[in-house]
Design a binder for this molecule. Structure first.
Ligand SMILES: *Cc1c(COP(=O)(O)O)cnc(C)c1O
Length: 224
């Protein structure tokens, strides 16, 4: 299958045409990204800092780079000058570092808080108590170089669509509950990043504004 055909197929299954398609290009070679770029893709998702930095140097400046992986504090500095959105924020510690590095490059970096919704132990993310602690804590208010623009979550990896749907529903509910709350001034709930190749159709029906799709665009990944 070609990237072009895959992209057309995916777009045809979007129930919300306004939903942002983030092309997850991790492990894919630069020519594959350029091909997607030439087909109109501007949002690319990577999960490793080093790889994102290398690819950023090779692609045009109008690409919007999404950090979708778990970000280590000591690596934030390498992407602070250009990253468009950091999806996987799951601690105050990492927020603090993003704020610090953003300040150095005179930027306000948009972030999504990653919420733990799956039944799998291995997945990262905040539970509701940890989320409350961040929102209601004093420290967050002083982070003037970040903007928390929404939530991100990953559903359980399962064929059972009822489980996936109920996890997305719970994340959507959390998102809409936050929207109507009085949050610190560096919050503005507008993006809900949920849905991957196997579950983006369900995710869109459940209110996703941003889907992160890799294999359905580029084919299987080649981990070396
Ligand atoms: C790899 C990855 C994706 C894309 O997964 P596919 O199944 O290839 O679409 C989406 N989100 C995150 C956080 C990922 O790590």
């Amino acid at each position: 299958m070609s990237i072009k055909v895959n992209l057309i197929k995916i777009k045809n299954t979007f129930s919300n045409p306004k939903c942002t398609l983030v092309a997850v290009s991790k492990t894919q070679p630069i020519p594959a990204l350029k091909e997607a770029y030439d087909l109109g893709i501007r949002d690319f998702g990577e999960n490793k800092v080093q790889e994102m930095v290398e690819k950023q140097a090779e692609l045009p400046d109008d690409v919007r780079w999404h950090m979708i992986g778990h970000l280590q504090t000591n690596k934030v500095k390498y992407i602070a000058s250009f990253v468009y959105l950091i999806h996987g924020v799951d601690s105050l510690k990492i927020l603090k570092e993003i704020n610090k590095q953003a300040k150095k490059v005179d930027r306000i970096i948009p972030c999504l808080l990653q919420i733990y919704i799956a039944k799998e132990e291995s997945k990262f993310g905040l539970d509701e108590n940890e989320l409350e602690e961040i929102i209601t804590g004093n420290e967050i208010q002083s982070f003037q170089n970040i903007k928390i623009i929404g939530l991100m979550g990953m559903a359980t990896f399962t064929e059972n669509s009822d489980i996936v749907r109920s996890e997305f529903k719970s994340l959507y509910k959390l998102f809409t509950d936050l929207k109507i709350r009085n949050l610190p001034s560096n919050f503005k709930m507008k993006e809900l990043s949920m849905g991957m190749s196997g579950d983006y159709i369900i995710a869109q029906k459940e209110g996703s504004t941003m889907v992160r799709i890799g294999t359905a665009i580029f084919g299987e990944r080649n981990y070396k």
